[in-house]
Design a protein around this ligand. Structure first.
Ligand code: IVH
Length: 458
């Protein structure tokens, strides 16, 4: 689990190219936390459960955050939100008769940025990095229209924190422009925003349509307000964009009502959000609650469930990878899932198609996946969609289970499955054109060639 999470962290934070879904990532992290709770002796001191984000990339000067930039604990169920309220009460020694109002606001799917103003002038902008050490992206931040360069009436020292993001429309236009120029397109608006902000040449950032919502703060020479809601209003009055769906809620019931209201508007907001953040309104109580290793006790992110859509699976195709692994891919009738048109889904391997997990457990109630089936696909702020369910009532009675090939579809060599391996592999080696091409691509890719490494070692 540790290695899987570290690999996922690296591809998400450092390479801006996620390889597993947010939902899978959250599940992995929860499983690791549960294991560590059960077997504390086995927990590694450097476990990913004690860290957030990823190490800073080379190329930017580093900035130490005087006040760490934190992550948020996740809630998935209404009951988790009630628990959050209960935990704060027991920590503060407050009974159920005391009201604990909280703000509720969208959780923006972008990347966080800390802006430092001294005597009203923007002097530094830094990414979160690992929370303690971020990247200095001041010149890039200056190119973002939503970020004021100077403030009037602000505390002498003010660090404003918030989220840099890209709207759906701007993301689509950017990708179209990138394609026209033969340059790489981005998987989703979050990656586009991260890739655009973390450009060593600020002129490139300037050409990218980035936006910013302020929702938090770091170092302050004097308080902004005595409440969370008041502080956000103050930031708005200073000239920052704050999210218009931010509400002050009297209790858990109102928080959940605002969650539903925000969820209902999700598809028409024009930018990605992946949940609702609740923050205790009283800043004196926030201070009493303080922090765990990487998350405040006074805030929680209530995530939206993965989005689902039904469509027809037109064909199952087999792709052959560099190592000869045969990977089945579902070609789908295009369908919109969470604002993104999906026409492919991964099917992992032959057991998965048959209704078994890689550990041999029954999944989808054992329903197999066939060409022509109506399937439910999902993605969770994600790159590769997956198949969640099959509608047996709409299955053609004449359809047959999918027969996974035992010969490589590229070179005709035998494809074998070793004992205990979920994957079937082509035995053709370099005779197989697919393997040869993929191996060559891998070899000449910068990472594998390690040109910098060669230079350093001579
Ligand atoms: S508050 C101490 N509010 O979510 C509290 N975070 O999972 C700090 N995020 O690193 C965060 N929208 O990048 C907060 N309305 C919001 C947010 C938000 C998006 C991001 C932020 C943070 C991450 C935590």
């Amino acid at each position: 689990h540790v290695a899987q999470i570290e690999a996922a962290n690296h591809s998400y934070h450092t390479l801006d190219a996620p390889e597993i879904s947010d939902a899978d990532y959250d599940a992995l992290k929860r499983r690791l936390a549960a294991l560590e709770a059960r077997f504390p002796d086995l927990a590694r001191a450097d476990s990913p459960t004690t860290k957030i984000g990823a190490a800073v990339a080379e190329g930017f000067a580093k900035v130490a955050h005087e006040i760490r930039m934190l992550s948020l604990e996740n809630a998935f169920l209404d009951a988790d939100v009630a628990d959050f309220d209960g935990r704060m009460r027991s920590y503060l020694g407050l009974g159920p008769e005391v009201a604990l109002p909280c703000t509720a606001e969208p959780k923006i799917d972008g990347l966080s940025l800390s802006l430092r103003y001294e005597n009203g002038l923007l002097v530094q902008a830094a990414t979160r990095g690992d929370g303690a050490l971020g990247e200095n992206v001041t010149e890039n931040a200056r190119t973002i229209a939503d970020i004021p360069q100077h403030l009037t009436g602000a505390p002498a020292v003010l660090e404003v924190r918030g989220e840099v993001y890209m709207s759906h429309a701007d993301f689509a236009a950017l990708n179209a422009r990138q394609a026209e120029r033969g340059e790489k397109s981005f998987a989703n608006p979050r990656n586009a925003a991260a890739g655009s902000l973390r450009q060593l040449d600020a002129r490139i950032t300037a050409s990218r349509p980035l936006k910013f919502f302020a929702y938090s703060w770091g170092v302050l020479s004097e308080p902004l307000s005595d409440t969370q809601f008041g502080a956000i209003e103050r930031l708005k009055a200073l000239g920052f964009q704050t999210n218009p769906l931010t509400r002050l809620c009297a209790d858990t019931a109102e928080m959940l009502a605002q969650y539903r209201a925000i969820e209902a508007q999700r598809a028409t907001l024009g930018y990605d959000i992946d949940g609702v953040v609740y923050k205790l309104n009283d800043l004196a109580l926030q201070a009493r609650l303080g922090f765990r290793a990487t998350t405040p006790r006074w805030a929680i992110a209530h995530k939206f469930p993965a989005e689902l859509a039904w469509t027809r699976l037109e064909k199952i195709e087999i792709q052959v990878g560099r190592t000869g692994a045969l990977s089945p891919v579902a070609r789908l009738a295009p369908v919109t899932v969470g604002g993104v048109v999906v026409s492919n889904a991964t099917l992992h391997n032959e057991d998965y198609i048959a209704g078994l997990s890689s550990k041999g457990e029954v999944i989808r109630d054992g329903k197999d996946i066939r060409e022509g089936d109506w399937v439910q696909v999902y993605r969770a702020g994600d790159v590769i969609p997956k198949v969640a369910d099959v509608d047996l009532l709409r299955r053609d009675p004449a359809s047959q289970p999918f027969v996974f090939p035992h010969l490589c579809p590229e070179c005709g060599s035998e494809a074998l499955r070793e004992e205990g391996d979920a994957v079937r592999r082509c035995t053709g080696g370099l005779i197989c054109p697919a393997q040869a091409v993929e191996k060559l691509k891998h070899f000449v890719s910068r990472a594998a060639f390690d040109i910098e490494g060669l230079g350093a070692k001579q």
